[in-house]
Design a protein around this ligand. Sequence first.
Ligand code: HEC
Length: 123
Amino acid sequence: MRRLVVLLAACCAPLAQAAGDASLMQRGEEQVMGTCFLCHGVTGNSSGKLYPELAGQNEAYLLEQLRHFKAGARDSSDMRKVVADMSDDDMRAAAHFFSRQPPGRDNPASGDRRALNESTPRL
Ligand code: HEC
């Protein structure tokens, strides 16, 4: 019996993990489509240079920043409103989703931003 338990744990833990990731991804996508995309883009390749790129960023870092915004330890008038009604699980899901998006070097929006940066006079 004990051997069976060990065997099941060994074989099925990765499956449970994958299923967990899938539901976290889905929940994250709902968060992003609900609000985040307006400023950070659908895949975290942000819509303008005022908004940080989130695609492919470290998941733990993203989650920590969201918790800081929520706690008021990091302030941003935009993000304060965004996190106001997010639960910790919502934040976890959004961080998970953005961390798994490919960073957008080939994204046209990034190209525009590079062009913009190049044409902006240096101070
Ligand atoms: C109205 C625009 C807006 C929306 C909507 C928005 N953000 Fe932001 N976000 C910002 C701005 C502006 C910053 C930069 C804040 C600062 O430090 O001044 C930021 C920063 C962040 C950061 C920190 C990034 C870093 O590099 O440190 C994370 C994480 C983040 N946002 C996640 C989210 C998530 C998740 C959502 C949706 C649930 C979201 N944001 C929706 C404007 C927005």
